[in-house]
Structures are given as structure tokens and as C-alpha cells.
Design a protein. Structure first.
Length: 367
């Protein structure tokens, strides 16, 4: 229902200045298949068809084929429903004994999900695939776990970090082999529609646009907040490397791998990390980080600091793009000082400290 409302609302807004629509992202995704089969560079400027660039894999363009032949409104509705349902069922399938916990998570992320749906983005899909990957690897299904994680990667590259989860489980070789298999399938599946030379050209073009984005953007991220607050400071690469090192430090607590809560909270930290260290992060991507925060909070101790952090995240991260914040506050404080990401950074630091310290989370049982 929320997905349908988001889609209809964006459609009825009409055009955001001729000839562009308020659901421009959906137009970018939908037209990518048309460009692919007609041997057009996916990654060039396609104005006035749509503004902004397509920044996803050639394989993702194939996934958009069913939407290419639909009128705008039904296509947009189905796209938003797909994003919402994938995330909904992924959370409903989390291996938690307490069903109420899943309901709390779903309610907590609802506003952030609406933000991404109103932008016709793919972030609900990415978050859902990552959670499904976690669910399947917990059940020892390396075939599907690797598939879901690779599907997220071929939408947004940072999903590759979820591959770190394989360290926690037996069957590591199976996971690696299945991941290689799916990587080959997803890399070369566009050959069903284009030549090998065209495919190589597209991957080079994709690489160029991703690298250009990385070099020029700061995003709503940790590098972005450092740049906004201090106008100088450590280079993005240094911050990224530091973040990666800190992300990997808890992995040295090998004895904790057998604890489900440790694995779950580490997965939550991965979801947050993917956004706060991403120089291309924008408001609509934060459904991934907020989902990580919700998974962490509703499955760990409710002490005062944790409660204060999650309240801050709900106010500054989730509510700041809404009308509950005045335009003055958004334009003079939230946007210039990149405040949307601040609570997510603080939560991730707290989670990382707890993981490194081996904080005893309350025991959880797999359903």
C-alpha cells in the first residue's frame, strides 16, 4: 500500500521541469534495457530522455526488461512494490525467534523506505538482497547466499562487502566457488543481447563513470561530513582505508563466530558501513544504513546510550528529509553540515567498539 501510494504520488506530480519527471530514476532504469539491446552506451549522457547517468551494471539493465514495455504508471507502481516486498520478506525471514522484533524493525525503517520509494530508487532491492544473503548463509545455503550477495553487487558495487560474512561459517570453499559461478553468469549474461566487444566497451564505460564519481563526490558520508565541517582533512582514500581496517578488526575475535548475535550485529555494522563510507551516498540510500541500525538496536541491550543513539538516528537521519523539519533547518543546517549521516557514524562507532570489546549481547536463538 505504501509503495503504491509513493508511486502514484510521484506520477501525479508530473514533470520536474520539462521534459523530466519526478520519477527520473525509474526512467533511467527502465530505458537502460532499451539502450543495451540497441548497442547504445549505457553510461553516456542521455538528455533529454532523462537527467543524470545510469551507474549500474549491464546485467541490471537486463533485469529492467519487463518494465521497458509498460506505461509509466503501472511500471512505476510495480517497481516500487518490488523494492518494498523484497525488503519486507527479507526482514520477515531473518532467523529471529521473536516475530515482534521483525515487526519493530519494519516499522522503524518505514519512513526511510518511503524516502527511497519516492525517489524511485533501487535501495530497497539492495537491502533486501543483502539480508536474504545473510538469511541463506545462516542456513548453510551457499548457492543462494552467494547469489543474493552478487545480485546486490551488480546493482551497487559496495554490496561486495557482505562477502566478509563467509568467514563466520563452514563451507567457505562452496561459498567462494558459487560466488565465482554467479559472478561469471552475471558478468556475461548481457551476451544474450550484445556482442563480446560491446560488452567489454560497456564495462570500461561503467568503470570510468564509477571512478569519476568517486574522485569528484563526497556524498552524505563520513568523508562528506569531514569535508563540510573542516573544508580539508584526510583524503577520502585514507578515510576509506581506515574504515576498512576498523571494519575488519572485529573479525579477529574468532571465538565469537559461533555466537549468532555476534554474526547478526556484525552484519548490521556492514549495512551501516556501506553507506557512511560511500562518497556517492545520497538521502535515498540510507534505508540500508537505517535497516542496519534497526537490526542492531532491536537485538541488543537497551541501555541508555543505545537508546539515545537510535533516537538521534530516527530524528536526524530518518526525519530530517521530511516536512517535520522546516526548509530553513534543512537548508542551513542539515544539508550544509551533512547531519543526516552523523547519527549513523556514531552508531557504527558504538557497534564496532562493542564488537571489538566482545560485549555480551543478550542471547538470541535461531528460529
Amino acid at each position: 500500500m505504501f509503495a503504491i501510494a509513493a508511486a502514484i504520488g510521484q506520477y501525479l506530480k508530473g514533470h520536474a521541469g520539462e521534459p523530466y519527471t519526478h520519477y527520473n530514476n525509474f526512467i533511467i532504469f527502465r530505458e537502460s534495457f532499451h539502450h543495451l539491446i540497441h548497442h547504445i552506451d549505457l553510461y553516456k549522457n542521455h538528455e533529454p530522455e532523462h537527467f543524470d547517468y545510469y551507474k549500474y551494471s549491464p546485467a541490471f539493465a537486463i533485469a529492467m526488461a519487463p518494465f521497458t514495455f509498460l506505461p509509466d504508471l503501472p511500471g512505476l507502481i510495480l517497481w516500487d512494490i518490488l523494492n518494498a516486498l523484497i525488503l519486507f520478506f527479507a526482514i520477515k525471514n531473518l532467523p529471529l525467534k521473536n516475530e515482534n522484533t521483525k515487526i519493530y524493525i519494519l516499522w522503524f525503517i518505514l519512513i526511510e523506505l518511503m524516502t527511497t520509494l519516492q525517489n524511485s530508487q533501487s535501495n530497497g532491492l539492495v537491502a533486501g538482497f543483502l539480508i536474504f544473503g545473510f538469511n541463506k548463509i545462516e542456513k548453510g545455503n551457499m548457492l543462494l547466499a552467494s547469489l543474493f550477495i552478487l545480485l546486490s553487487v551488480y546493482i551497487k558495487i559496495y554490496g561486495v562487502l557482505a562477502a566478509l560474512l563467509f568467514l563466520f561459517y563452514p563451507g567457505k570453499l562452496k561459498f567462494i566457488l558459487w560466488s565465482l559461478f554467479w559472478a561469471v553468469v552475471l558478468t556475461f549474461i548481457p551476451l544474450l543481447f550484445i556482442s563480446f566487444d560491446q560488452l567489454i566497451f560497456l564495462y570500461k564505460s561503467w568503470y570510468n563513470i564509477v571512478m569519476n564519481d568517486y574522485s569528484t563526490e563526497y556524498g552524505i558520508s563520513f568523508p562528506g561530513i569531514i569535508h563540510a565541517w573542516f573544508h580539508a582533512g584526510p583524503h577520502k582514500n585514507f578515510l576509506l582505508l581506515t574504515g576498512l581496517i576498523l571494519l575488519c578488526v572485529p573479525l579477529f575475535r574468532i571465538r565469537c563466530y559461533k555466537e549468532f548475535t555476534f554474526r547478526l550485529v556484525y552484519f548490521a555494522s556492514l549495512l551501516i558501513w556501506m553507506i557512511i563510507f560511500n562518497p556517492r551516498a545520497e538521502s535515498s540510500t540510507f534505508v540500508i544504513a537505517i535497516t542496519g541500525i534497526a537490526i542492531w538496536f532491536f537485538n541488543t541491550e537497551k541501555n541508555l546510550l543505545n537508546i539515545m543513539l537510535v533516537i538521534l538516528a530516527f530524528i536526524l537521519t530518518t526525519l530530517s528529509p521530511t516536512d517535520l523539519f522546516s526548509r530553513y533547518l534543512r537548508e542551513h543546517f542539515v544539508l550544509p553540515y551533512v547531519l543526516k549521516v552523523l547519527p549513523c557514524i556514531l552508531v557504527w562507532i558504538k557497534v564496532t567498539i562493542d564488537l571489538i570489546a566482545g560485549t555480551n549481547y543478550r542471547a538470541l536463538k535461531i528460529s
